[in-house]
Design a protein around this ligand. Structure first.
Ligand SMILES: Nc1nc2c(c(=O)[nH]1)N[C@H]1C(S)=C(S)[C@@H](COP(=O)(O)OP(=O)(O)OC[C@H]3O[C@@H](n4cnc5c(=O)[nH]c(N)nc54)[C@H](O)[C@@H]3O)O[C@H]1N2
Ligand SMILES: Nc1nc2c(c(=O)[nH]1)N[C@H]1C(S)=C(S)[C@@H](COP(=O)(O)OP(=O)(O)OC[C@H]3O[C@@H](n4cnc5c(=O)[nH]c(N)nc54)[C@H](O)[C@@H]3O)O[C@H]1N2
Ligand SMILES: [Mo]
Length: 696
């Protein structure tokens, strides 16, 4: 039997797949043949059966039976587990009020209409009577915060299909070959490259994208992109490459930006030589790049989310937009807005599970452990005593793992739904075994213009249950079961949601697994480009605000500026912590097939290695003010001098000295956010590296 399913992992993808089921088991997963020609899945979806049938998969509810973090649990039956949860949620709320429960979660299942780990938990806790919510996004907080000041909207993305019209593609901190950022993106770029289109990759390391998709790699130190972007604009101004008619028609603030770039009030001229000192990018390369970019149209600038997960990342966002405006590429087929590539444009209508929106206290997600540890005394809106975690491995994925452990230790009660005994689950009091996407059905939202139906390939393994079923049972016990489920099971929900959608035939949708929206070449802000008067932006001027007085009200400069974290004598290396190819964040780290394909190592340039007498393969100690990690060094020219790289997502393994010997990147990161967005800055981390011999 071949069953259309959807990989709903958080790569922007939503990949249409086919589960091959024999004798009640998923034996293989391939692409759904009814997909579009450029839609291809990847190992993380094709190999999902390894997750489904992993020997360490949780299949029974567990209650903690030893100290937090010890991993000692005992199996209980479902009624016992659910009664325990109900009793403790009520107890905490009676004693401390409703806001004492913090909702945590992450990218677990964030693309489903029904089995959406965030919406489900929000709905449940809202009906329970309230909770403390985390606001913002680990992924894209700085760009989400900043873009509305510039465009009046966040919705300024592109469809990958439009790349067929591009004559230049710039992947600015976007590692498409590993991270995907949508199901089609990689194949579309590959196709453009075959047409002879230059694909320029700007990254502190020669990523797989630089190796396999790029026609050129331009190294740039992490967190310094804004300076390089200013130098590009400088060259354009000097060489008459600015599209002034475009700038005047569509934007305000260009003059102020020019003044900044040309140097004024003690701010230096942003020449390529100036940028070289900051970015480490040779001035000659910047000059050539600026000329190519200024002349080759249309040009699609595809920024990764990486450039805004840095200190001052807000400014990189503003400058990348400014470049697309100054070069006349905004709103144009084959161009892009320079804002988030990953920002859903209006697509086929399909509602999701709704959440009663109350007036809840919020804490910025990047600061959740601070909110737990400091509470109202530290200026946070509530004192949290319990954690409800669904679809997140926050202890590992949140910055500063040591702090996260303290935060989990500080609460009186914690629950987790997951597939595995993750490091976060180990710190919880109750761990409930959840079903994977192969064991349930859902409607899934990809980034591009289509919807996917994911059928149930097999029933849940053992006693695992869907998050929806778990929360239905808890709601029943708490007396609001009818409000939570509205009497609908999974199938009834999906049929109900589809009734109010653009999908004309639910059964056909379910059978094929895919519904394509009409326009596969949507361009963000295309209406505004066609007629800026009739489609004014929701900014004070109605135009793109390259300088923004409203933004200045946040306490930062109206004009984009360089706010770059300086290195410190004790921590002279800049660490980046990008995504692994064979993990989704921390997911799959426990599955040997994936683990074997990507050893957890510290990338270190030969110059930095020699200065520390480190040889390739040798164990090194990496430390920041937050902690120590011990991993083998990979001495390589594929990372810039002065920069080191450790992929995010490894589950920590502590030795007796409190050193993590697995290489968990967030042992080194801090919860101090980038301002004013309060976003993550996991690519602005300063560390020192030394030989590990005798140290750990
Ligand atoms: N250093 C560093 N840290 C980072 C990042 C970085 O680049 N560097 N990236 C950040 C970003 S962008 C993000 S989005 C976050 C992600 O942070 P998280 O979302 O916490 O990361 P995951 O490891 O994907 O954790 C998801 C968990 O949900 C479980 N899960 C998956 N599907 C389901 C489901 O349907 N139901 C239930 N109950 N559980 C499910 C998985 O088994 C897994 O344990 O990490 C952030 N942290
Ligand atoms: N395989 C895989 N794919 C994923 C995910 C995953 O966990 N695994 N997570 C998904 C999610 S939730 C998200 S939010 C996206 C994240 O997408 P991104 O944030 O774009 O991903 P990163 O891997 O953090 O960084 C991408 C590239 O940028 C480089 N880089 C780091 N800092 C800088 C910088 O300051 N400037 C420049 N120019 N480059 C820099 C890194 O070396 C890396 O090669 O990826 C999604 N895709
Ligand atoms: Mo993310």
């Amino acid at each position: 039997m071949k069953i259309p399913v959807t990989c709903n992992k958080d790569c922007g993808g939503g990949c249409p797949l086919l589960a091959h089921v024999e004798d009640g088991r998923v034996v293989r997963i391939t692409d759904n043949p009814l997909r579009g020609p450029y839609m291809v899945g990847c190992a993380r979806g094709y190999q999902m059966a390894r997750v489904l049938y992993a020997p360490d998969r949780l299949i029974k509810p567990l209650l903690r039976d030893g100290p937090r973090g010890s991993g000692q649990f005992r199996e209980v039956d479902w009624p016992q587990a659910l009664d325990y949860v109900v009793e403790h949620l009520i107890d905490v709320t009676l004693r401390y009020g409703p806001y004492a429960i913090l909702r945590l979660g992450g990218s677990g299942s964030c693309r489903g209409a029904l089995h959406n780990t965030e919406l489900l938990t929000q709905r449940f806790l809202s009906l329970f009577g309230g909770y403390t919510e985390v606001s913002g996004s680990y992924s894209s907080q700085a760009v989400n915060f900043t873009t509305p000041f510039v465009f009046g909207t966040k919705r300024a993305g592109i469809d990958p299909g439009t790349l067929q019209y591009s004559n230049l593609i710039i992947l600015w901190g976007a590692n498409i070959a590993d991270n995907r950022l949508g199901c089609e993106m990689e194949a579309r770029i590959r196709e453009a490259r075959r047409r002879g289109v230059p694909v320029i990759v700007l990254d502190p390391r020669r990523s797989r994208t630089a190796q396999t998709l790029g026609t050129a790699w331009i190294p740039v130190r992490p967190g310094t992109d804004v300076a390089l972007m200013m130098a590009v604009l400088y060259v354009w101004i000097q060489e008459g490459l600015v599209d002034l008619a475009f700038v005047n028609k569509y934007s305000v603030g260009f003059e102020a930006l020019c003044q900044r770039v040309l140097g004024q009030d003690g701010v230096p001229e942003c020449t390529p030589q100036w940028a070289e000192g900051i970015c480490g990018t040779p001035a000659e390369i910047t000059l050539q790049f600026a000329r190519l970019y200024g002349r080759c149209k249309p040009a699609a600038l595809i920024p990764g989310l990486s450039i805004q997960r840095t200190v001052g990342g807000e400014e990189a966002v503003r400058m990348s937009i400014a470049l697309q405006v100054a070069s006349g590429n905004l709103g144009v087929l084959g161009g892009s807005s320079g804002g988030q590539t990953w920002s859903r444009l209006p697509g086929p209508r399909m509602p999701t599970l709704d959440v009663p929106r109350g007036n809840l206290p919020h804490v910025p997600v990047y600061r959740w452990p601070d909110a737990l540890l400091e509470g109202t005394a530290g200026g946070y809106p509530s004192d949290v005593r319990a954690i409800y975690n669904v679809g997140g491995n926050m202890l590992v994925q949140g910055s500063d793992v040591h702090k996260n452990m303290r935060a989990f230790e500080s609460v009186e009660f914690s629950v987790c739904h997951d597939y595995f005994m993750t490091p976060t689950a180990r710190y919880c009091d109750v761990v409930l075994p959840a079903a994977t996407f192969l064991e349930r059905q859902d409607i899934v939202f990809p980034e591009a213009n289509y919807l996917l139906f994911s059928n149930r390939a097999v029933p849940p393994l053992g006693q695992a249950r869907t998050d929806y079923d778990i929360l239905c049972d808890l709601s029943d016990r708490l007396g609001f079961g009818t409000e939570f489920s509205v009497g609908r099971d999974e199938e009834q929900w999906l049929r109900y949601l589809a009734t109010n959608s653009d999908v004309p035939d639910y059964d056909e949708f379910r059978r094929t697994g895919i519904y394509l929206g009409q326009d596969q070449c949507r361009v963000g802000l295309a209406d505004f480009y066609r007629d800026p008067q009739a489609h004014q932006l929701l900014t004070p001027s109605g135009l793109v605000e390259l300088a923004s007085e409203t933004y200045a009200e946040t306490g930062f400069s109206a004009v984009p500026e360089c706010r770059i974290l300086p290195i410190e004598p004790d921590y002279p290396l800049r660490l980046v912590t990008p995504k692994a190819r064979y993990r989704i964040h921390s997911q799959y780290d426990n599955i040997p097939w994936f683990k074997q394909r990507e050893p957890q190592v510290l990338w270190l340039h030969p110059v930095d290695a020699a200065a520390r007498q480190v040889t390739d393969g040798e164990q090194v100690l990496v430390n920041s003010p937050q902690g120590y990690v011990r991993v083998p060094a990979r001495v390589t020219q594929d990372v810039m001098p002065g920069v080191v790289c450790l992929l995010a997502g490894a589950w920590p393994r502590w030795n007796d000295d409190g050193v993590d010997c697995a290489g968990s990147a967030n042992v080194l990161t801090s919860t101090v956010p980038t301002e004013p967005s309060q976003g993550s800055r996991t690519h602005s981390v300063l560390v020192q590296v030394q030989r590990a011999a005798g140290k750990a």
